[in-house]
Design a protein around this ligand. Structure first.
Ligand code: PMP
Length: 434
């Protein structure tokens, strides 16, 4: 499909060619390269509120929001002010500051299962460190993850979804030794039996389960009723820890995270994205007894030169303090619902097989005959060609969706009802063109 805009070269395509000479694939994180949808990635000049502007000055309604952090909208004045004010005092000290206590206290108060929290600089570091801690604390090596769940790019987490439960992990990427991956057991998301069978096979060896409480890296798949509770029960039965990876869902599915929304208490929680308000921040936390097990109080090593960076802490604090104001989560959920139910209706009008998933401020769009998408297999069976065409029709009309059929969509509080209506008007044309 040729989606080139007429015969002029966009500055994005010129920049992309230049970037490809010096940056692998022209990007610093793979999904940005538009491989999943074809065409040239849009290079961003600036962003404000619900909108991003490309280097040609074209404006888009943004449903990516930097993949989640921009929950208040881009360039929110409270965050900007906090960052500028803090920057005047120095960018990094590698020493403790009051700001990091404030953010830790706020996180502990918003997510009660977190009694203590350690700041890091990315979601990858959060999950990698939480798993090391779980292994050190339980003195066990194996971990369970789910097919289609992404927890950052640490070696033991880059394990291919094999043929479901009981398959020994195979590395998903060259560069990850098979020996590193062999302790990663892969189960099927929303399938408790696969987890129970894995525990039966390795009753003494499993340190933890790590799970996305709403899967957001295979599009968007909420947990089936009882799934997360079942994981909690199995962990208790076998003496394993439950790690809930709320890097995407934290402060977005609900202020207290998906764990509060679904009523399940993990031993450890991983956070990222929203917690930094757009600056590079991640965190992991949980029960005091377990958190005391990391250095310097405990034997499990974990560290970071820029961890607790003052600018990042100030941005995170401003973001969460704004977000926790009454009514915000409800508004986020209402806007999301308005968008996805509107899309559903338009798809039906144009007789395009389509369905949606959504929870709080995240959503998934599926081009499929199925009426419900609840497993990795369901997602894989969707029509990615149709998605690609839909994506480009929307992009042309100034609506920026995630450039992959396997990514979730993100709503922000800066989106107005009018933005949603304009997005739906664009979708009306896009569905018609399909
Ligand atoms: N866990 C989840 C659930 C994620 O969605 C992501 C990133 N999309 C990560 C971990 C890794 O975070 P980061 O990209 O900040 O390393």
């Amino acid at each position: 499909t040729n989606f080139n805009r007429g015969f002029y070269m966009s500055t994005s395509s010129i920049l992309f060619s230049r970037a490809e000479q010096v940056i692998p694939g022209g990007v610093n994180s793979p999904v940005r390269a538009f491989k999943g949808v074809g065409g040239t990635p849009v290079f961003i000049e600036k962003a404000q509120g619900a909108y991003i502007f490309d280097t040609d000055g074209k404006k888009y309604i943004d449903y990516v929001g930097s993949w989640g952090p921009m929950i208040l909208g881009h360039n929110h004045p409270a965050i900007l002010e906090a960052v500028l004010k803090t920057a005047h005092k120095g960018l990094s000290f590698g020493a403790p500051t009051p700001l990091e206590i404030e953010l830790a206290e706020l996180v502990c108060s918003l997510i009660p299962s977190i009694e203590m929290v350690r700041m890091v600089s990315s979601g990858t570091e959060a999950t990698m460190s939480a798993i090391r801690l779980a292994r050190g604390y339980t003195k066990r090596d194996k971990i369970i993850k789910f097919e289609g769940c992404y927890h950052g790019h640490a070696d033991t987490l880059l394990v291919k979804a094999g043929s479901g439960a009981l398959t020994l992990g195979q590395p998903d990427s060259p560069g990850v030794p098979a020996d590193f991956a062999k302790h990663t057991l892969t189960c099927s998301y929303n399938n408790l039996d696969s987890v129970a069978r894995t525990f039966e096979q390795y009753p003494q060896d499993i340190a933890c389960i790590i799970v996305e409480p709403v899967a957001g890296n295979m599009n968007c798949i909420p947990p089936q009723p009882g799934f997360l509770q079942g994981l909690r029960r199995l962990c208790d039965q076998y003496g394993a820890l439950l790690i809930i990876d709320e890097v995407m869902t934290g402060f977005r599915v609900a202020l207290g995270g998906a764990q509060s929304y679904y009523g399940v208490t993990p031993d450890l929680t991983c956070l990222g994205k929203v917690i930094g308000g757009g600056m590079p921040v991640g965190a992991f936390g949980g029960k005091k007894e377990i958190m005391h097990y990391i250095a310097p109080t405990g034997p499990v090593y974990q560290a970071g030169t820029l961890s607790g960076n003052p600018i990042a802490m100030a941005a995170g604090l401003a973001c969460l303090n704004e977000l926790k104001k009454a009514g915000n989560q409800e508004r986020l959920a209402r806007l999301t619902e308005k968008l996805v139910l509107g899309l559903n209706e338009l798809a039906r009008k144009h007789k395009v097989p389509f369905c949606v998933n959504y929870v709080g401020g995240m959503f998934g769009l599926f081009f499929t005959d199925k009426t419900e998408v609840k497993s990795y297999q369901d997602v894989m069976a969707c029509d990615t060609e149709k998605f690609k065409r839909f994506f480009h029709y929307m992009l042309e009309q100034g609506v920026y969706l995630a450039p992959s059929a396997f990514e979730a969509g993100f709503m922000s509080l800066a989106h107005s009802e009018e933005d949603i209506e304009r997005s739906l008007a664009a979708a009306d044309k896009a569905f018609a063109a399909l």
